[in-house]
Design a protein around this ligand. Sequence first.
Ligand code: SF4
Length: 214
Amino acid sequence: MSSNIYKQQAYETLAGTVIKALEKRGMEGHYYPTGKECLEAILAMIPHNSTVAWGGSESIKEIGLLDAIKNGPYEAIDRATATSYEESRALFAKAVISDYYLMSTNAITQDGILVNIDGAGNRVACMIHGPENIIMVVGMNKMTTNTEEAIDRVHSKAAPPNVKRLNKQTPCNATGICGDCLSPDCICAHTVITRFCRQKNRIKVFLVGEDLGY
Ligand code: SF4
């Protein structure tokens, strides 16, 4: 038996624990061993003709969800198509009242707390309030033991590749290490810890037994 099987079994066991913790926190949890299975489950959940928006996320791209929404029978709200500040604001306003909002979380603790750190804050703003449903695609690589480790994970593991991707002039881009910066390009302006969802099951967390995103 390959050692990967034991890794998968351990992921499944941990995911079961996390899903129970999410339920207590008013959130829905699911687990799929692969991104492919996760993609199928999410597409089966979103009714055709729904309005769908998303926040910056490599995870939703990696499992093929973003392409499926853009090319499928949905009304995709894509802020990247904006050609002016005004258009971007108008698309953000549509995203705020969308039926479904897709994203990942920067980290999740073993007791079901979500930790997200944003630059502009549009993604966390939508997560907190607005879209009818939040769908999160979360690789098991984003699991941490507590919120302190989660915040550290974002600064030390997620931010350095993200600033490369976004070409931001920050200390972590220059050195690979967080410099606790206040630079104009800082992608860590807002730290949001979600410990409870008052609108039951509005946030739906899809855990995946693969490494996804940063
Ligand atoms: S250096 Fe700035 S942008 Fe980079 S991780 Fe630290 S606070 Fe975030």
